[in-house]
Structure formats: C-alpha cells, structure tokens
Design a protein around this ligand. Structure first.
Ligand code: FRU
Length: 540
C-alpha cells in the first residue's frame, strides 16, 4: 500500500484511520520494481543527473533521485550543516523509509551523501522522522571521548508482528558519516501505537535532554526528559489546542529572545497538522508561550482561538530547526518540506520527487503590541545573486506592465518589491508568465491579504485541487506592502513585510514561461521600488 491512494480530501476520521493503518502496514505492498534491495540502497551516489531536468529547483535542496519527505536530524557539527531526510531509496513514492543525508558548509550548496540510517529489512523497521544532537558530554556513552558523538533520535515504525511506533537511537562517532543503530532500541514506547517524530534538545539550565514527541491521533505532544538519551522520564502533555482538524506531527520546541532581548525569553512550540491546514492539506502552526522545564503553557491569545500559521501556502511542512548552531551565530535556523500530503506522491518531477524550502531564520518580534513569529530567508542565499536590476518608484496604471525590456525575466530569481495599492483592488507581480501561464503574487486591497494564485501556473492535472489561490493576512505599513519573493523552476516563496507572514507554493510552469510583469487591477496603483536579482544554480 502506498500513501498516494489515501483520499486526503475525504472525511477526516476516515483519513486518520487510513493514515494510521498505512503507517502501521509499512511498504509491504509496494510495486515490484520498488522491492527492497540492500545492494541498491546507495544507488543515488553513482547516479549522474543533470540538475537541469524540467522543474528541477536550482537553489533548493532536492535528492538526486527518488522520493523525499520531511527534513530529519538537522544538526550543525564542526563547520558542517547536516540535512537528513525521509527517503525511499528504491522509488519515487513514499516507502521503505530511511534517512538520507546531505551536507553543506553554508546552508546553500549541498553535497549528497550515502543513506545514513536505512530501512531495517529483517525487523521491518521503517526509520521515521526525528532529530539529531551532538552529545558534547558523551552522556550516552556512545562516544570514545575523542570526538563528541552525533546521536539521531528517530521513530521506529515496525511492520509485521509489531505494527507500532516507538523511539530509537542511532549514533555516529565519525562526524555523521556513518551511523550505527543502538542495540537497546527502542528506548521509548507508549500505549498509543501512533507515537512519533521525537525532537530532542539539550536544556542547559536543567542539564537534561528534553524530547517533544507527537501523539498524532490525539492532537497532542508529550514531553520527556533524560540524562543520557537512553532512559526517558515522562513530564507532561500539551494539546489538543490550536488547529486540530488533522493529525499532529513533527513537533519542535525552542526558546527565542523577544526582539533579541535575552532578558525576555519566550518558547516556541511548532506542530504540524495534516490535513485541514490553512491552505488545504498539510501545514504548520506555532504556539508561543512559556516552558518551565516540565510543562509548556501557551500564551492567552492562543486559547482565544487565534492560530499562528507558520506558512499560509500549501507547501511548507514538517519543518524542524537545526540543533547545535554555534552561540556566536545566534540564529534559530530551519527549513521545511516543500510539498503537501494532498498531492506529494503525484507531483510531475522525474527522476526525483520533492524539494526542501529555502532555509529561514525564525525570530520573535513585537508587532503592534503582539509577539509575532518572524521568518526571514537566510543571508547566505545572497551569494547566489547575479547583477541587480532596480526600478524606481512609478505610477502603475491599471493593467499589466511586462518588465522584459527592463531586464527582468527568468526562471530562478529573487525580487524585493514595495507596492502601494492607492485606488486599485489588487496590485502585484505576475511571475513565470507566458501567453497562457502566470503565477500571480499580489496584495488584495478588498480582503487585506497577500495572495499567491496558481490557478494558471502551469501543469496541475496531477492533483484535483492543486490549482488554487492561497491568502495570508497582511497589513499595509505607511500605505505600502513589502514582498520578498523567491522564484525557482517549480516554486515561489513570498515573505511579507519582512517575514511577518510567508506563503510557500509549488508551481509547475513551462520552461518557456519566464516573463515577469507588474499589475494593478480595478484602478491605478503605485510602485515604490523594486530590486531583482537572477539567482545562480547551486548545482555545478
Ligand atoms: C510527516 C510524517 C511523519 C512521519 C514521516 C513518515 O510528514 O508523516 O509523522 O514520521 O512523515 O515518513
């Protein structure tokens, strides 16, 4: 059985039942050509791919070949950012879950590595999502005291006789090159068979490891603590709360200094939900609150029913943050899976499927007296910028204004634009445009939202409801809206007003759709300024 047959649009209860069954069953009914074959686990290492296949993202991480979902075990170690991820070594659909691996010196250029933790054939153990830590004090005893071990904490999803999920460990004593499963696995079990996605961090103040882990069907997360990563003590539950129309997955818990003030620390709990998220299908929500070493308490605004969506687009899921980023860097960095369970198994890419979002930093800032979660693209991406093209302020008469003659067009680029709606109903940019295609990114003055409309963006026949518009609430600042946009061969990411809201969306336009235009609808608007940079490919 594979996940592509799940009727995601159907009734939530049916979905939850199906999903738990599928997770329990594992990939036993996979198609013939996707059979487990230990000798082919690392076939991607020998595979030569061009990286210029139709729809291949040019500055987003993708595996060379085969299926990818959630980022896993994001950890910085000794000058290297590690990105592990859910991976099917044998095919382009979900199955035989393993942790594949890539490394980067700068969060931008990625080196593909061999599979780090493979599906266990004998025990029918699928390696589900989780996190990784650097065990500096060798609390686990997995190290030999010469180098700190990297310990991966993941969910074992056992098939066969034991169809349930529990938490397990694998460790590396060579800086993440190779991993060994801990012989005492699993290290944490629970009565609910749906129990997954452990996210572990070292809490210096209490000198303990804290795990947050999901009980998907109960719309809850649980917290556990440990001295050694092996023995875990239950602390508390959080949830149901916030958005609960779908199962809860992939939690993360981290502290942030409000407005950068270390005397004003708050805690952010991030939880994913599938389906029923703001743009349809799977999505991400935050809770901001306090953590006392035992319990997470969300701020009041949440109990009043306000949901803090991490992204208002369809394609940002399962994000987790990097562990062990040096203190002098100081950023909380993360990225998400740029896809949606509604159509993930069907997107029209070959010979790989799925991409990661660009890495973002996450901050807490006070905006209009409220604490807001702000996300910004990492500055490291700026090294990809080619020569800038700048447009000064000008009146935008109603209609479309193609920018090709200004030197603005392409398939992979970054734009920062400030627009004033004036008397228009909407104002914005059409990207990846041609005679019969466009992805519309604009501010809607009637609804007070920024939107991405992909109803004319290109190939969309693979998913019934793929063609849609997504909206994020957005304020005008001094009468203007500011958009920071990243366009790639099959995606757009829009950071609104310096990251107050984000919309991430996959699109599948023809390679020939390279036009960019400014538009004003229903009246005149005004351009306050625009800067455009072509972005070079990260793949040599
Ligand atoms: C989220 C998820 C996780 C699980 C993994 C399995 O996308 O469903 O909860 O660990 O995918 O691949």
């Amino acid at each position: 059985m594979n996940r592509s047959v799940i009727p995601y649009q159907k009734h939530a209860a049916v979905l939850l039942f199906c999903l738990s069954l599928i997770m329990a069953c594992g990939p036993s009914d996979m198609e013939e050509e996707e059979a487990f074959d230990a000798s082919r686990i690392n076939q991607h290492m020998d595979e030569e791919v061009s990286f210029d296949e139709r729809y291949r993202p040019q500055f987003h991480y993708t595996p060379k070949i085969n299926w990818m979902n959630d980022p896993n075990g994001l950890v910085y170690h000794d000058g290297t950012f590690h990105l592990f991820h859910q991976y099917n070594p044998f095919g382009k659909q979900w199955g035989y879950m393993s942790w594949n691996h890539a490394t980067s010196p700068d969060l931008v250029h990625w080196q593909h590595q061999p599979v780090a933790i493979p599906y266990g054939e004998e025990e029918e153990e699928a390696i589900y999502s989780g996190s990784a830590v650097v065990d500096h004090n060798n609390t686990s005893g997995f190290g030999d005291w010469t180098t700190a071990p990297i310990v991966a904490i993941y969910s074992s999803a056992y098939g066969g006789e034991r169809p349930h999920q529990s938490q397990s460990l694998a460790y590396s004593t060579d800086g993440g090159e190779t991993f060994q499963k801990y012989e005492g696995n699993p290290v944490l079990e629970f009565e609910d068979p749906d129990f997954r996605d452990p996210n572990v961090k070292w809490h210096d103040d209490i000198q303990k490891w804290i795990m947050v882990v999901a009980l998907p069907l109960q719309y809850k997360v649980q917290f556990y603590s440990s001295d050694n990563l092996i023995d875990w003590e239950y602390l508390s539950d959080f949830g149901p709360a916030g958005a609960v129309s779908g199962i809860w997955e992939c939690p993360d818990l981290f502290p942030l200094a409000v407005n950068g003030d270390p005397d004003n620390m708050k805690w952010v709990l991030h939880v994913d939900m599938n389906p029923g998220a703001i743009a349809g299908g799977s999505g991400s929500q935050f809770f901001v609150g306090d953590w006392d070493g035992q319990t997470f308490t969300a701020d009041d605004s949440i109990s009043e029913g306000e949901i803090l969506w991490a992204d208002y687009g369809t394609d940002f899921y399962a994000a987790i943050s990097w562990n062990n980023v040096p203190e002098e860097d100081g950023r909380r960095l993360w990225l998400g899976w740029m896809n949606n369970w509604e159509y993930a198994n069907e997107i029209p890419t070959d010979p790989w499927r799925s991409a990661m979002s660009i890495p973002r930093s996450v901050q807490l800032e006070t905006i209009e007296d409220n604490i807001a979660v702000i996300q910004r693209p990492v500055e490291e991406l700026q090294q990809l910028r080619g020569e800038a093209v700048q447009l000064n302020g000008r009146n935008l008469t109603e209609g479309n204004h193609l920018l090709t003659d200004d030197g603005i067009s392409g398939k992979a680029y970054e734009v920062i634009v400030e627009l004033e709606p004036v008397v228009s109903e909407s104002v914005g940019l059409n990207v990846r445009e041609s005679e019969n295609q466009e992805t519309v990114i604009g501010y809607d003055a009637v609804t007070g939202t920024v939107f991405v409309d992909r109803t004319q963006s290109g190939e969309d026949s693979f998913g019934e409801d793929f063609a849609r518009r997504m909206d994020a609430p957005a304020r005008l600042i001094d009468g203007k809206i500011k958009l920071h946009i990243f366009v790639d061969w099959s995606s757009v990411e829009v950071f609104i007003n310096g990251g107050e809201q984000v919309i991430t969306s996959r699109i599948f336009p023809d390679p020939g759709s390279t036009g960019v235009s400014l538009f004003a609808d229903g009246g005149d608007a005004s351009l306050a300024g625009l800067t455009f940079w072509p972005l070079e490919s990260i793949w040599d």
